[in-house]
Write a new protein. Structure first.
Length: 184
């Protein structure tokens, strides 16, 4: 049996299992998460294959079609990565050591990002994580890969920093929710 057919059947089986869990009223988060990671892995692999196909078709009549589809898939993957990176920034905002380090170094890092100095940005952020004894986030590692344009790189890193350096004061809605939680 063809491996792509086997993967498709396996995916259909997993989706059917998820539907059955929902129908029985007992969805299992780990199963949903597993399917999500499998899909992400397949989409990344598909993007790499599509890039290869687009590069192989240069100068041929199919080039535009492959390039268009590649841009569409890469854009979707970049949007997913940007959201993930921003959530990572928000998560680190709660770590006082990391937050303080980014508060001190944030404007310098922003200027390095703006000027497109990937290596210097990487080392500045890596120093913060090493000094606070925290693991460097895998989402950020992905953002530094050279497959992304300088413009996308800037968007990724600005998204991360917006999560960490964003405003401190609570919105009216956040204050209301906290009061409701504390009263219960």
């Amino acid at each position: 049996m063809n491996t792509s057919v086997t993967q498709e059947v396996r995916l259909e089986q997993k989706l059917e299992e998820l539907k059955n869990q929902l129908a029985s009223g007992e969805p299992k988060f780990e199963d949903f998460k597993s399917v999500y990671y499998d899909l992400r892995k397949n989409i990344k692999e598909f993007q790499e294959l599509l890039q290869w196909a687009a590069e192989d078709c240069r100068g041929k009549e199919k080039e535009k079609e492959f390039q268009g589809l590649y841009r569409q898939v890469a854009g979707w993957n970049a949007a997913e990565l940007m959201d993930s990176i921003k959530r990572t920034g928000f998560a680190f905002k709660n770590n006082r050591d990391i937050k303080d380090a980014f508060d001190r170094q944030g404007y310098r890092i922003i200027e390095l990002i703006r000027s497109g100095k990937r290596d210097e940005v990487f080392h500045a952020i890596l120093r913060i994580f090493v000094s606070t004894k925290k693991e460097f986030p895998s989402q950020l590692v992905e953002a530094f890969k050279p497959v992304y344009t300088d413009e996308l790189f800037k968007v990724f890193l600005f998204s991360f920093l917006s999560g960490i350096l964003g405003r401190e004061e609570e919105t009216e809605q956040e204050t209301k929710i906290k009061k409701e939680v504390n009263n219960e």
